[in-house]
Ligand binder design. Structure first.
Ligand SMILES: Nc1ncnc2c1ncn2[C@@H]1O[C@H](COP(=O)(O)OP(=O)(O)OP(=O)(O)O)[C@@H](O)[C@H]1O
Length: 217
């Protein structure tokens, strides 16, 4: 379960998030929409433990972020979160198979089994025949699909996706949204999809709107 209660974040004296609360149960997948600059990425960064709130509580499966130091937060991100962010962080000196296997290696799972899991995810995003390719050989949309495969391969508890279909054509966008939704619901994980696209938002179970007044259903 993800519990966010009464979260506040200010930058340079300017309030960006005020009194934000959200509760996600296992298998729940929500979309967050809202105008540019309203604080969607700020909220995702807080949930990712990449930034700390000025006030309020964040807890994942009962683990309160405020009690975690930087090392413990890094472990939480590595073991429990799956990211599809605008900055892809695909490593240029690793093949696609290696890039997608990386989250499993970081969790101490190696060998052929880990590689097979990575291959199955590459297959699911339509890149099964590109496992040996290098990131520099890919288009923007293909890179985005690799990022999605990598975000899901270690069966995270919580998937955070920021405009995951931004660079994709309608066919691949639909495929990626379907995959995200299926994996989240089937594995009992939770998902948050930040998007400006009403089409993409519809793929989630609930659509929440972030406004300066807060987060509304
Ligand atoms: N580290 C920071 N320092 C100062 N201001 C910041 C910082 N991070 C975000 N902001 C400000 O907080 C506000 C919200 O930014 P954020 O990126 O969360 O918006 P968003 O809703 O994700 O926007 P978009 O839809 O355009 O991506 C913006 O005004 C931004 O300038």
């Amino acid at each position: 379960m993800l519990e966010i209660s009464d979260l506040y974040r200010r930058f340079n004296g300017r309030s960006v998030l005020e009194a934000i609360s959200l509760r996600l149960e296992p298998s729940e997948y929500v979309a967050i929409t809202g105008e540019s600059g309203v604080g969607k990425s700020t909220l995702l960064n807080l949930i990712a433990g990449l930034d700390r709130p000025d006030r309020g509580r964040l807890a994942l499966d009962g683990e309160d972020y405020a009690t975690l130091g930087e090392d413990a937060l890094t472990r939480l991100r590595r073991d429990k979160l799956g990211f599809v962010f605008q900055a892809f962080h695909i490593l240029p000196h690793l093949t696609l198979r290696q890039n997608v296997t990386l989250p499993l290696w970081l969790k101490g799972q190696g060998g052929r089994r880990a590689e097979r899991q990575a291959e199955s995810l590459l297959d699911a995003v339509g890149l099964g025949d590109r496992a040996e390719s290098w990131p520099r050989e890919l288009s923007g949309g293909e890179m985005q699909r690799v990022a999605i495969a990598r975000a899901l391969v270690h069966q995270p508890r919580l998937v955070l996706a920021d405009e995951p279909t931004g660079n994709l054509d309608p066919t691949n966008a639909a495929r990626v949204l379907k995959l995200l939704g299926e994996r989240i619901r089937d594995s009992g994980a939770m998902g948050i999809l930040v998007t400006h696209s009403p089409e993409a938002a519809k793929s989630a179970d609930r659509v929440l709107q972030l406004t300066p007044e807060g987060l509304h259903g």
